[in-house]
Design a protein around this ligand. Structure first.
Ligand SMILES: [Zn+2]
Length: 479
């Protein structure tokens, strides 16, 4: 049994059994439970971050050659595309050879999903990932089960730049369902991974006051949060004059777009570093801030990142914006080669003048969807990112969108796929009800189409409550 499956097994163990075992098991630090693959990847990520640009390019060239060889040998779709481009994978001498190939996008996955595979989807060690996706169309793809340990190693390597160590406890406000304890506090502790979970679905003033009291008792730790969670907590502290307990050493905030004003407000109020990263569930490009600067430093050994302008040409001018196009090194089951992520960023150069790392630097990353909020009856907010399901809830749904006109109430409009049944509708409702926990009462309504915004984009929440000004853009399905 690998250490990662040990961790998965633990996460599936019933709470009562966990309580019995936890005392004995928690003697081992989280790095033990995260496993050898995690520890090796963490060491590799930290080492690779010191490489020169030439070293990174040589590594990327080898990875791209391997991925293209595998794709050409095993996947009917990729063999056709690579042959049509006149490219021989063995010839690839630098990453720019990739430009011979066309860009692909989500539609490519929908049209050619099975043909893109290098081995059958039901092979051992292959997982199916299903996300609410972006643009309101659910996305399904296949990837090896080792991806989580690899990604987490890179995330931790980033967090280490601001003092986090892998065995340190984390306070988490990130979309987990947390039941109330005996005192009604929505808090749970996982002693194996040293994670203190709080519910970000219940951020009322009363609960936030209790959260801060509880956090103060947890010893040295880091906050690991959604930007929208820490933004809500910051607004609460500003409103009430409360402060963040002094045992909190730093703030790790990711998976949603970070707004400059929000980050500044939190840093000013707390005096702590607000550290962010960029990633997505497709695991193609990962980028982290550094010790000194909030710019996103692209990890060169995680995947190959291109920034592409409207004409499909690489962005090379500092300050110019482009779309993030990724070729992942992790997924060897369904290779993503030159995949348009739908996320846009400003090119800031290839070497950080603060830390000296020779990596592509990106700023102001924005997705193609708005940071939409559902508003509860008491005025508190639930962000779409927290509600978004990655578990197949939206299988059988082509598009979906909440319509909200009254706080605490909403209608979920669903455009069904061909195999839609009433049982599917109940499953969607049940799954979302668990997350929304009565704070948003909603009904499911089937419809033929969902209208796009004037900019041709899909929004997840058609927010029609007067004076709710949550219309700023945010990125999709980020990790
Ligand atoms: Zn730097």
């Amino acid at each position: 049994m690998t250490a990662l499956s040990r961790k998965n097994l633990w996460e599936k163990t019933p709470a009562a059994v966990k309580r019995g075992l936890a005392g004995a098991l928690s003697v081992m630090p989280p790095t033990f439970w995260l496993g050898k693959a995690f520890r090796e990847q963490l060491a590799f990520a930290n080492d690779a971050a010191t490489w020169s640009a030439e070293q990174s390019r040589a590594y990327q060239t080898r990875q791209l050659r391997d991925i293209l060889k595998l794709a050409h040998d095993q996947s009917p779709y990729w063999r056709r595309v690579i042959d049509d481009a006149g490219l021989n994978p063995h010839d690839i001498a630098n990453p720019e050879y990739l430009r011979a190939l066309p860009l692909i996008d989500k539609q490519t996955l929908i049209d050619h999903g099975t043909d893109m595979l290098t081995r059958p989807a039901n092979s051992p060690g292959v997982d199916t990932v299903s996300t609410g996706g972006s643009s309101g169309v659910p996305l399904k793809f296949h990837i090896g089960s080792e991806r989580s340990a690899i990604e987490y190693a890179y995330l931790v390597a980033g967090w280490q730049r601001v003092g986090f160590q892998p065995d340190m406890p984390q306070i988490i406000l990130r979309g987990a369902i947390v039941a109330p304890d005996r005192t009604g506090l929505r808090y749970a502790y996982d002693p194996i991974l040293r994670r203190h979970q709080f519910s970000n679905f219940h951020m009322t003033d009363e609960n936030m006051a209790r959260y801060l009291d509880k956090m103060a008792t947890l010893g040295d730790c880091y906050l690991h949060v959604y930007p929208s969670s820490i933004a809500a907590l910051t607004r609460f502290m500003q409103r009430t004059g409360r402060t963040l307990p002094s045992n909190i050493r730093g703030i790790l905030a990711g998976s949603e777009i970070v707004y400059y004003e929000d980050r500044r407000a939190t840093e000013e109020l707390t005096g702590l570093r607000y550290f962010s990263w960029y990633g997505h569930s497709e695991k193609l490009v990962l980028a982290s801030a550094c010790e000194h600067d909030a710019a996103y430093h692209v990890w060169p050994t995680y995947g190959y990142c291109e920034l592409i302008d409207e004409d499909g040409e690489p962005v090379t001018t500092v300050g110019q914006r482009g779309e993030i196009v990724g070729t992942g090194f992790i997924n060897r089951v369904q290779p993503f080669i030159r995949y348009r992520t739908g996320d846009f960023a400003t090119y800031l150069g290839d070497r950080c003048r603060h830390c000296g790392r020779e990596q592509m630097l990106l700023g102001n990353i924005q997705g193609h969807r708005t940071q939409e909020m559902l508003i509860c009856a008491d005025g508190s907010e639930i962000s779409w990112t927290a509600v978004n399901m990655h578990d197949g809830t939206f299988d059988g749904v082509r598009q979906f969108q909440f319509l909200q006109q009254t706080p605490g109430k909403a209608t979920l409009h669903v455009v069904p796929a061909a195999d839609w049944t009433d049982a599917r509708a109940s499953a969607v409702k049940k799954s979302l009800d668990r997350k929304l926990a009565g704070r948003i009462v909603f009904e499911v309504a089937v419809c033929d189409e969902i209208e796009l915004t004037t900019r041709g984009k899909m929004t997840f929440v058609d927010q029609r409550i007067p004076d709710v000004a949550h219309s700023a853009p945010a990125a999709a399905s980020h990790t």
